[in-house]
Design a binder for this molecule. Structure first.
Ligand code: SF4
Ligand code: SF4
Length: 379
């Protein structure tokens, strides 16, 4: 049986390994606005899709090549291993304002936290989930880029105070920030709980939060003037720089990680990650971990009936009723799920993890949020 622990402490800190480029990349484009067509040749860094929201960053080809398959879910690029790449943009010479925000969005940055002033800016420097060491790795190895990203964020947000949340017992710092220590135990790394730990308040209209990974991407965009085309991931206890869209199968082959029939590959962390349906699935923006769960090592979730044991309610840090909300979502009563504070759920996954009968509670909650978003009824 797999033993899951809650500790957010890091094991491996000081190396980011590179991955050999794949021959093909698969980029998930579901719910995005496609910009590339089948048969089109693309340069590395060329925009292939845009986010439908006002603030979401664009999506780019992480390698040059030809778009060989395009459908509602995925865009596949056959890589040509060439040097064809977009030209860098001089981000650092741009003053704060709409043009800078637009440029950052075109470089793949989510500009929602950057687009208005706030008195307090919190940088979340905790590792996101147990077994993922990316946040502390960046604080250890990439301080200069982080400080470049932070200065850019501050020029747009103009905060009065900037605070860096770090794991208790560590001494990470960034210039111009006040370090605040947080107990390194999941789910304390989630933004809502970090804000509460740092400010003492649950509802803070005057506070914005950014993850250290977002600050890093911002710093890279500022320094290189190139789009976000890779992500840093912890895989089996080691850290890698992985081009976006790299198929999981390629990662497993390159790293010599065996997978048997019935095993599950999970992109993301052990609590919030998603099992992929195919090893051809590509790594996405925001994926910072890959875990292989061997068949039989952990009981899988099933559409079983809730037995009203209350375990999920006891484990919910948002103090809502996951049992009730997930049942409303299951029967497509999304408005009722919303009435019972669906929007207060910050998707920690503890309800699913602790469910006595292994109901897919988090999946139901995400389903309800998605459906409300698509129907325009989300907050
Ligand atoms: S995922 Fe479950 S436990 Fe976590 S906040 Fe949402 S409802 Fe509560
Ligand atoms: S833990 Fe599972 S079975 Fe128990 S109340 Fe929650 S949803 Fe129902």
């Amino acid at each position: 049986m797999l033993k899951i622990h809650y500790s957010l402490e890091s094991d491996v800190l000081n190396i980011i390994n590179d991955i050999t480029a794949p021959s093909e990349i698969n980029i998930r484009v579901r719910n995005l606005v496609l910009k590339a067509k089948k048969g089109q040749s693309v340069a590395r860094g060329e925009i292939i899709a845009e986010h439908p929201s006002k603030f979401g960053g664009a999506y780019h080809a992480s390698a040059s090549g030809k778009a060989t398959k395009v459908n509602y879910h995925h865009l596949t690029i056959k890589c040509d291993c060439g040097e064809n790449s977009v030209e860098p943009v001089d981000v650092q010479s741009m003053g704060p304002g709409k043009d800078l925000l637009h440029t950052l969005q075109q470089l793949g940055i989510d500009i929602a936290p950057l687009s208005s002033h706030c008195d307090n800016l919190v940088i979340n420097g905790l590792n996101p989930e147990p077994g993922i060491f990316v946040a502390e790795l960046l604080l250890e190895c990439e301080k200069e880029i982080l400080e470049t990203g932070l200065r850019l964020a501050e020029s747009l947000i103009t905060p009065i105070h900037t605070m860096l949340a770090v794991a208790r017992g560590t001494s990470y710092s960034l210039s111009g920030t006040e370090s605040v220590s947080v107990k390194p135990k999941y789910p304390n790394s989630l933004n809502a709980l970090v804000i509460k730990a740092v400010t003492g308040n649950e509802f803070c209209d005057d506070t914005k939060i950014m993850s250290i990974m977002d600050v890093y991407n911002l710093g890279l965009a500022a320094k290189n003037g190139l789009p976000v085309t890779d992500t840093i991931m912890t895989i089996c206890g080691h850290n890698y720089r992985v081009p976006l869209g790299t198929p999981i199968r390629h990662l497993l082959n390159e790293l010599d990680i065996p997978v048997k029939s019935g095993d599950k590959a999970v992109l993301g962390g052990p609590f919030r990650g998603e099992a992929v349906y195919s090893l051809d699935e590509g790594v996405k923006k925001g994926d910072h971990g890959l875990f292989i769960i061997s068949a039989g090592e952990f009981p899988s979730v099933e559409d079983t009936t809730c037995i009203n044991c209350g375990e999920c309610v006891l484990s919910c840090p948002a103090r809502i009723l996951p049992n009730l909300i997930s049942r409303y979502a299951e029967y497509e009563k999304f408005e009722m799920a919303k009435k019972y504070d669906l929007d207060s759920c910050f998707e920690c996954g503890l309800c699913s993890f602790n469910c006595t009968v292994r109901r897919p509670i988090l999946q139901y909650i995400r389903f309800a949020k998605d459906q409300l978003r698509v129907s325009g009824k989300a907050e």
